[in-house]
Design a protein around this ligand. Structure first.
Ligand SMILES: [Zn+2]
Length: 147
């Protein structure tokens, strides 16, 4: 048995501009690429459940859970800050711009790169709302960082 790997992250709810679907994705946080390398997060858009796993264990875990075909990865598509409007605009506007860059993900329902952030929440809140999280046995989730 190898040692368990500590991970941290939070849940983003995305809304697709093309098909209007809303679904969660788990976003890993880490200071370096090393910390998030080899980690995958998938979404079941029918139940809004999440799978969090290391790449090597992903297929095995999905087979255990079942409904393999429902699981989709909302891959990062593009990041597009609309204009550089920070200069000459208000500080509040600048903060809002900084906090909300237009980041697009590939929709798990229609597969278009048109899903954007609707809201964020810690994983504990996500679970307390009744949504399932399937975590790879090789991973330990750090307590959700306070926001
Ligand atoms: Zn869509």
């Amino acid at each position: 048995m190898s040692t368990q790997r500590r991970i941290s992250g939070f849940v983003k709810w995305l809304r697709c501009k093309a098909c209007d679907a809303e679904f969660p994705v788990f976003v890993f946080s880490g200071d370096t690429d090393m910390e998030t390398q080899g980690l995958r997060s998938l979404t079941d858009y029918k139940t809004c459940a999440l799978v969090i796993a290391e790449s090597d264990n992903l297929n095995q875990l999905l087979e255990q859970i079942g409904h393999v075909n429902n699981w989709k990865e909302a891959l990062f598509a593009t990041s597009n800050r609309e204009g550089s409007s920070a200069i000459g605009s208000s500080f509040i506007h600048f903060l809002n711009e900084r906090r909300r860059p237009e980041v697009y993900y590939r929709c798990v329902v229609c597969n278009e790169p048109t899903a954007t952030l609707a809201k964020e929440m810690p994983l504990t809140q996500f679970r307390s709302l009744g949504f399932k999280v399937h975590l790879d046995d090789s991973l330990i989730l750090d307590a959700d960082a306070p926001t």
